[in-house]
Design a protein around this ligand. Structure first.
Ligand code: EPU
Length: 427
């Protein structure tokens, strides 16, 4: 939708160029967003490096910090100094939260720091119902009271939080991080069970520990948090983005290219690497880089998304693009979100033959995709359209690219440096 005075932008991609060369991966969006929220606990200065500051989601989190009373200073393109000595407000309004899911991490951090948080219900990509009942269950277990007075906000308060046992009914990245953040300041020990194990969970735990928290077990099924009464500022470097890395790996394979993807943690990419190899790509793994190349149409592959260390749901739209020109019929089953096949309609417009049956996509490989006008339905759906455009014959125009701007730093310049013909144009 066009906002008054703000021109609409789209990507125009002339497909058919093999991606070749080297690309460097930015800091992890899904780690940095909770890390920024968690900095509220420091009561001091945090200098955080490897932040993809040009992402719109990051801008909204920094704006939220400013509105809460924190001092926020961009030291350089990827380093931010955040002074949370003073936090004067405990309210995050819908002007912020309407733009991104991760704004809900302020509930945990404000509750831990100030004993109160009022945070408007979050927006974010529409991937199906996105309840936050497990977050609330965790806060309540720590002793917080939830007010139902304003249904458009989560309003939680507690004079003091107390360590407790929390068992999540579903494995949730957001709930795991949010409760871990709040429990850092609880009196006593909190045991959180059936938690998510994504790399960014470990990174947030490491950041909290750098601020003086005492968290053990992040990356396993059970996290133990020994609450501390005071935390402090720190210097921290965010991990590389698993999904951005996976996106370039798939783009290299889908364009029959040869790309060295630098600044990654290969361990975080194992499930993606495994599925690319099954699809016929060559993947060489080095200490902090991976090289992906492919020469032929991909082999068929079966993918089921699952919480880490399973195959990431955020990567399935991208793999669908690769498999849409495979040599047979591939299957993708989505087990995290109920509405994550919206991109299929756009891929069909490019000639892909894909049937969706509930949470299953049945992909009949075709010889090639054809460029046309498509739209980004959400962040990863949009990234998938970019990769589809890169390997399609002819020109692809992608609208609604504001979704893509949420999660990919310098996407156009990175792709152009690999030989892609992609431009961002106003219309
Ligand atoms: N769920 C509940 N209750 C809750 C929380 C979650 O039922 O209280 C359900 C959800 O409905 C979903 C499942 O649990 O079916 C998993 O949701 P989760 O909480 O793990 O997702 P999230 O924290 O909202 C994060 C990422 C998503 C990514 C998912 C799964 C951020 C900001 N977002 O979302 O990333 O798809 O984990 O890995 O970290 C993206 O980056 O494009 C993106 C959508």
């Amino acid at each position: 939708m066009k906002k008054e005075g703000i021109p609409l932008e789209k990507f125009v991609i002339k497909g058919g160029h093999k991606l070749t060369g080297e690309v460097s991966i930015s800091g992890s969006k899904n780690a940095v967003l909770p890390i920024l929220a968690a900095s509220v606990l420091a009561e001091g200065v945090c200098v955080i490096d490897n932040i993809p500051t040009s992402l719109s989601d990051v801008s909204y989190m920094l704006e939220a910090l400013r509105k809460l009373g924190a001092g926020v200073e961009l030291i350089n393109e990827n380093t931010v100094r955040i002074d949370t000595t003073e936090i004067s407000s405990t309210y995050v309004d819908y002007e912020i939260t309407g733009h991104l899911r991760a704004s809900y991490y302020f509930i945990g951090s404000l509750l831990g720091r100030k004993g109160h948080a009022k945070v408007a219900l979050p927006g974010g990509c529409n991937l199906g119902p996105r309840p936050i009942d497990q977050h609330i269950k965790g806060f309540q277990a720590l002793g917080a009271k939830v007010s139902g007075a304003d249904p458009s906000c989560v309003d939680v308060s507690s004079k003091s939080l107390f360590g407790s046992s929390v068992y999540f009914d579903v494995v949730s990245v957001g709930a795991t991080i949010n409760v871990m953040i709040a429990a850092s300041k609880a009196v006593g020990t909190t045991i959180i069970e059936n938690v998510a194990k994504e790399p960014h969970i470990v990174d947030v735990a490491n950041f909290l520990n750098s601020m003086g928290a005492d968290i053990r077990g992040a990356g396993t099924d059970t996290i133990k948090v020994n609450g501390v009464s005071k935390m402090h500022g720190c210097s921290y470097t965010v991990i590389p983005d698993q999904i951005e890395a996976g996106t370039f790996m798939v783009a290299a394979a889908a364009t029959k290219g040869d790309v060295l993807v630098n600044n990654v943690i290969p361990k975080h990419l194992e499930s993606i690497t495994a599925k690319l190899i099954e699809s016929g790509a060559d993947v060489e793994v080095f200490d902090d880089s991976v090289r992906v190349s492919m020469t032929d149409r991909s082999d068929i592959c079966t993918i089921k998304t699952a919480p880490h260390p399973g195959f990431p749901t955020d990567m399935q739209p991208l793999m669908a693009v690769l498999l849409s020109t495979s040599k047979g019929t591939s299957l993708i089953s989505e087990s995290i979100w109920s509405n994550r096949f919206k991109y299929v309609e756009q891929l069909q417009r490019m000639g892909a033959v894909i049937n969706v049956d509930g949470n299953l996509a049945i992909i009949h490989g075709v010889k090639k995709l054809l460029g046309t006008q498509v739209r980004a339905d959400d962040l990863r759906a949009g990234a998938a359209m970019v990769v589809a455009g890169l390997c399609a014959e002819g020109t692809t125009e992608i609208e609604e690219i504001h979704f893509i701007d949420r999660g990919y730093e310098n996407l156009v310049s990175k792709l152009r440096s690999l030989g892609a013909d992609i431009t961002r144009v106003e219309y």
